[in-house]
Structures are given as C-alpha cells and as structure tokens.
Design a protein around this ligand. Structure first.
Ligand SMILES: Cc1cc2nc3c(=O)[nH]c(=O)nc-3n(C[C@H](O)[C@H](O)[C@H](O)COP(=O)(O)OP(=O)(O)OC[C@H]3O[C@@H](n4cnc5c(N)ncnc54)[C@H](O)[C@@H]3O)c2cc1C
Length: 387
C-alpha cells in the first residue's frame, strides 16, 4: 500500500517539526517553502527556550506547554540548546508585589523556582542592575533558531521528507466536491508553475496562515503581531534575564553567542510583508534593556530586527494567549483536505506538530502514535548532506 502524502506549506519551526512527526508516522511528506528554512518569524526570534515563567500568572495554559516542552527539547535536541537558565529580577516595589503572584503561578504550572538574594544574583550575573531587590532562578534556556529548525528538518529528511525551498504556494487545488487535493506552486528558481497533489495539506505558514486559507475562501483567526529585537556586541549575561513583572516591552535580555539581545515590543500591522524596524522601538529597547543591564547603554548595536508573532484567540497584543491551535477546515469552513496550525511559540514546536499530526492521522483514518518525544534529532549539519 502506498504511503499517504502530506503537503506542508511553510518551513518555520512549526512546518519542520510537523514534517518530522508525520515522516515518523509513515507519511510521505513534501514541505513547500517560499524562501529558505526559517525564512519567516522563526529566523528572527530572541531564541529564549521559555520555562513558562513569563506566562505563569496570566496565561497558564502557555506556561505549562512551555515548561513541558522545554524539558523535552533539552533531551531530544541538546545540540541546539544552551541550558544556561534564567533569572527574573525585581527592581522596584511593583516588581516585588508581582513576585507574590509569580510564585503562586509558577507553583500552579510546576515551574521550578529558587528565590535568591540580590547579593547572590550579582555574584552570578555581575552586569545586572546593582539596585535589584530580589531575584528568582528558573530553568529558561537559549536556543540557536536555525540549528533548532535544521535539526528537525534533517531528521525529517532522513526519514524520507522532501523540502522544496524557494517554492511558493500560489493556490489550493480543489476536486469536484470542493475538497483540497493539492497545491499549485511557483518554483522561484525556474519561475515555473506546477501542481503538487496529496492526501492532505497542512498550512504551517504562521502569521501568513490567513493568506493560505483565503485561497480557498476559508479563514483562521490569526493576528499578526510584530515585535522588535536589538542585538548588542557584548555577552553581558550568561542567563536569560527577565523583569519580574507582567510581560511588557523590552523586559527580556538574552545571551546569544557573543551578544546580548533585548526584546521586544508588540503592535499590529496590515502589510505582513513589510514590517519596518521603527527607531522609537529600538530606542525603547535601549531604555528598558539598560534598566536590567546598565552596561547596554554603552554597547555597540550589532543588529536591529523585526519579526511577526502569529497570535490566535481573544485579546490584543500582550493580552493575547501564547498558546496554539490546530484547525480542521472541514469543521470550521466545510472544506476538507486542509488543516491549519498556528499560534504558539518556538519552544512549543514539537507539541504543535504532535497535535497537528494527530489531527491529520484522524482525518486520513490511520492509527500511528506520536514518536517525537523519544527520538533524538540529528545534527543540523546533516540537513545539507546529500541523501
Ligand atoms: C519578536 C518575537 C520574538 C520571539 N521570541 C521567541 C522566543 O524567544 N522564544 C520562543 O519560544 N518563541 C519566540 N517567538 C515566537 C516564535 O518565533 C514563533 O511562534 C515561531 O517562529 C512561529 O513559527 P512558524 O513556523 O509557525 O511561522 P514562521 O516561522 O513564520 O514560518 C512560516 C513560513 O511560511 C512561509 N510561507 C508563507 N507564505 C507562504 C507561501 N505562500 N508559500 C510557501 N511558504 C510560505 C514563510 O516564508 C515562513 O518561512 C517570538 C516571536 C516574535 C515575533
């Protein structure tokens, strides 16, 4: 019997993780990506392997997803992760008050927490603001975005998945009954259009998910919400430093290789393919980042960049949940053959893929349990090895 064929549109974290999961479950997988791997949001994140602490007060569903997946990713893809930990620091009375909700939230979400004195925090991280009042250690980490995605893609490729990069989905192909049976694509290298047919199409285009569903008159409630990040030329800290308060602008500073990255902001846009780096956002990162690490004020900027979160569900901007959702368009739009996965975080890529692959298997009518919790991923280098 021939294998069922899944076409995945989008090779960000969600697309590559879904390719890996479906390949392990015995699918023939084709991934279509209009740029290269991590062409979209996934190529421009802080790289914070969230422990969930940031969401433990107001968004506990996301917080639990983060801590569970954080622990799993450390096991299956250690080569892309620096398990350096994180620290939440209080700088004023309001931060201290938030600390009480934070402790209760972390307990409710089973996030390990250790309160330390300001003196101990400064011994561990001499460059943080010396006026801090208290600090908490948490199991955050740092990941290398490209290596993380390539490790999933390399393993999917070894299990038979095909990656067609520089190939843009232009239209969804429907059969006589209206069901989706493939994707019409433009090969951007040859400038030729062709059809790729399959048993199911997975829309993993993140913030662009609405553009794909629109091709067939369907919709998804995704809210593209960009944010800025600024990289400075010094690794001021070894851990991810978070402000101990409700998530806000510029309240994370993260070590990435020899740099420190400060992020981020949150706003809405209309043109997904043109998100400028606003200078006032860059200035805000300097102001807010320097509250956590004063030395940032004198550091040289190495890069300023924007990326767009694919947020779903109710609320606006910061009040939007960071969880993810998988949509069967047969149920939402009476359109068979199409599934959309969007929302979520880089940290939850594996869980997002599991949920999507479960839905795909159910729709195709095959029983194939998820194996991704136990399969160690190949090195990112192997993605570029010839088959
Ligand atoms: C500022 C910012 C900071 C963040 N920091 C973190 C962090 O520190 N930790 C964390 O866990 N999460 C973080 N996130 C969230 C995380 O980066 C995203 O949730 C994740 O990258 C989304 O991945 P994705 O694969 O769903 O989407 P994307 O990475 O955007 O992938 C979608 C892909 O679809 C492709 N595509 C679109 N249209 C088409 C088409 N027509 N044909 C073919 N391909 C198409 C795009 O080129 C793109 O590559 C951050 C997000 C932002 C915005």
């Amino acid at each position: 019997m021939s294998k069922p064929h899944a076409i995945i549109v989008g090779a960000g974290f969600t697309g590559v993780a879904t390719a890996h999961d479906l390949a392990l479950r015995g699918f023939d997988v084709t991934v279509i990506e209009r740029g290269d791997i991590c062409n979209g949001t996934s190529g421009r994140t802080h790289g914070l392997l969230h422990c969930g602490g940031r969401y433990a007060v107001k968004d506990q569903e996301s917080a639990i997803e983060c801590i569970d997946e954080n622990l799993l990713l450390r096991k299956i893809v250690p080569q892309a992760i620096e398990p350096n930990g994180g620290m939440f620091i209080a700088l004023n009375e309001s931060d201290l008050q938030y600390g009480e909700e934070f402790i209760a939230g972390c307990e409710a979400c089973h996030i390990p927490l250790e309160e330390i004195t300001a003196k101990k925090a400064l011994q561990l991280e001499p460059n943080i603001n010396p006026k801090l009042l208290t600090a908490f250690l948490v199991p955050d980490g740092t990941f290398d975005p490209l290596r993380l995605a390539l490790a999933f893609a390399a393993t999917a490729k070894q299990n038979g998945a095909t990656f067609r990069t520089y190939t843009e989905a232009k239209a969804l192909i429907q059969d006589g009954k209206g069901a989706i049976v493939g994707v019409s694509v433009l090969d951007r290298a040859s400038n030729k259009t062709m059809e790729i047919r399959g048993d199911i199409v997975v829309n993993a285009t993140g913030a662009w998910a609405g553009e794909i569903t629109e091709m067939a008159g369907a919709s998804v409630p995704v809210k593209p919400t960009p944010g800025v990040m600024v990289a400075y030329d010094q690794r001021f800290v070894q851990r991810a430093i978070n402000r101990l308060n409700h998530p806000g602008d510029g309240d994370i500073v993260l070590p990435q290789r020899r740099m420190a990255v400060v992020g981020t902001t949150s706003f809405e846009i209309s043109d997904l393919d043109y998100v400028p780096v606003f200078e006032n956002h860059v200035n805000l990162m300097l102001e807010r980042g320097a509250e956590l690490i004063p030395g940032i004020r004198n550091a040289r900027v190495r890069g300023k960049y924007m990326a767009t979160r694919p947020l779903i569900g109710g609320g606006m901007g910061r009040s939007s949940a960071r969880t993810f959702k998988c949509y069967d368009h047969k149920e939402t739009d009476n359109l068979d053959g199409l599934v959309t996965i969007t929302g979520g975080k880089a940290t939850t890529l594996r869980a997002m893929a599991e949920k999507t692959a479960d839905m795909v298997c159910e729709k195709i009518g095959i029983h194939a349990p998820c194996a991704t919790k136990d399969v160690l991923l190949l090195s990112y280098r192997q993605y570029y090895q010839p088959n």
